[in-house]
Design a protein around this ligand. Structure first.
Ligand SMILES: Cc1ncc(COP(=O)(O)O)c(C=O)c1O
Length: 422
């Protein structure tokens, strides 16, 4: 047996998280490596959705304050469950909105341009939705695209933190960056960037979509001003799951830019007064009625994170991506692949990126071999082992199926026309 297969089997035998795999719906022979786009359904998440449906059936309107998971305080309760995952205090976190809408909320709150300080600094590799949101806020305040400064990447894959810091000029009001870059998986040093921004009197926030649930954070300790993320990737909250938002407690005295009756102090919300009594913490950043059915899966999936703790998940994730790297080095590099991700532990998130000129056709061939990656144009294949449901042997098998595809050139039979969703 090859040495790396032996290592994979041994790692599975030693794995204290191995039993969680049985909690997920995994199709026979399928190796699902797309948990960085949409995590799989767990039985706990499914049960939680049925629990909420049963509450609706049993209680009707009274489900807001009765039953197993009363809906009125559910967003706050889930915020407390998420707080340890990002190193925040319970009241600093709320489960609400969607990733992009939460960024809009945060920009409307934290972007307070003045004549001498009115630029927003981001990077050209940031997820497009974030960049579009930034542009729309500049437009709303009467500024042009010239006020959106995008730090360039030297290689199209990574961002140089020193270059980023050097662009934190006096006229920059706000910095918005990803924690982990969605293509290359580069993990930025959030603490260093936050310190640099604050030394220059700039506020800073992070999009945690590609780190939450895979990488620990210490947002409160690092003094990050705000953060936002989705819950459908590593956290397995389901398609369109309600998202999350973090506000450093130092900013609790600010008024959220966008408010509605759910921004109220909950004890006073049903006073239905004409002037709002603002809630105390991150809860004030909600706007309207929570999407209870889209938040329900998180009740189940976050319970696993509570049991395990994010540190153990990161430990396994790093071992899994390292095994992936070793397998690629041994079996794939001579077929025209190179790494799109950085190889150091402290610079990579939870996924591996492989670059190949024929990446689209190879990704399609992988799917036909029941390995599920995703493809990002022009030449990137992303593959994310999930510490909760991917075994080490799965990683070995995925790479050996990929090797077979390359040896037989099986990918050449697939079309190089891209589908709408990849
Ligand atoms: C890094 C990042 N930011 C923002 C978004 C947009 O998220 P949403 O469509 O939930 O607003 C995504 C979506 O995948 C993402 O990966």
């Amino acid at each position: 047996m090859d040495e790396l297969k032996e290592r994979a089997i041994w790692l599975d035998q030693m794995d204290s998280l191995a039993s969680y795999r049985r909690e997920f719906y995994i199709h026979d022979q399928v190796i699902y490596l797309d948990g960085n786009s949409l995590g799989l359904l767990s039985k706990r998440a499914e049960t939680a959705v049925w629990d909420v449906m049963e509450m609706w059936k049993a209680y009707g309107i009274d489900g807001w304050n009765e039953g197993k998971h009363p809906w009125f305080y559910l967003s706050e309760k889930l915020g407390s469950m998420m707080a340890p995952i990002i190193g925040a205090k319970s009241e600093e976190v709320i489960v609400t909105g969607s990733t992009t809408i939460n960024l809009h909320q945060l920009l409307s709150t934290f972007y307070q341009p003045t004549p001498g300080k009115n630029k927003i600094l981001a990077d050209e590799l940031n997820f497009p939705s974030d960049l579009y949101a930034i542009s729309s806020h500049l437009q709303l305040r009467g500024y042009s695209e010239n006020n959106r400064i995008l730090v360039k990447s030297n290689d199209g894959l990574t961002i140089d933190e020193e270059e980023m810091i050097s662009q934190m000029a006096d006229d920059v009001a706000l910095v918005v960056l990803p924690s982990v870059l969605y293509r290359s998986g580069q993990l930025l040093n959030m603490q260093k960037l936050t310190e640099a921004a604050h030394q220059r009197g700039i506020l800073i926030g992070f999009d945690l979509a590609h780190s939450i649930g895979a990488v620990p954070h210490s947002l409160s300790e690092w003094n990050v001003d705000f953060a936002f993320w989705c819950n459908y990737k590593y956290l397995n909250g389901g398609p369109g799951a309600v998202a999350g938002l973090y506000i450093n407690e130092q900013h609790f005295d600010r008024n959220p830019g966008l408010v509605g009756w759910f921004s109220s102090n909950k004890e006073r919300q049903f006073d239905l007064a004409t002037t709002m009594n603002k809630g105390d913490g991150a809860g004030a950043y909600q706007v309207g009625t929570p999407h209870v059915l889209s938040v329900a899966p998180l009740i189940g999936s976050l319970s696993m994170y509570e049991e395990i703790g994010i540190e153990r998940i990161r430990e396994k994730s790093l071992k899994q991506t390292q095994l992936f790297i070793d397998l690629v080095n041994e079996k794939l590099l001579h077929y025209g692949f190179s790494f799109g991700n950085l190889l150091e532990d402290d610079k990579r998130g939870g996924h591996i990126s492989l670059i190949h000129q024929d990446a689209l056709r190879i990704a399609k061939a992988l799917k036909s071999h029941r390995v599920i990656p995703d493809f990002r144009p022009p030449h990137l294949i992303r593959m994310a082992p999930s510490p909760l449901y991917t075994s080490y042997e799965d990683i070995w098998t995925a790479v050996s199926r990929l090797q077979t595809i390359m040896v037989t050139k099986g990918y050449e039979t697939f079309s190089s026309v891209r589908e709408v969703i990849t």
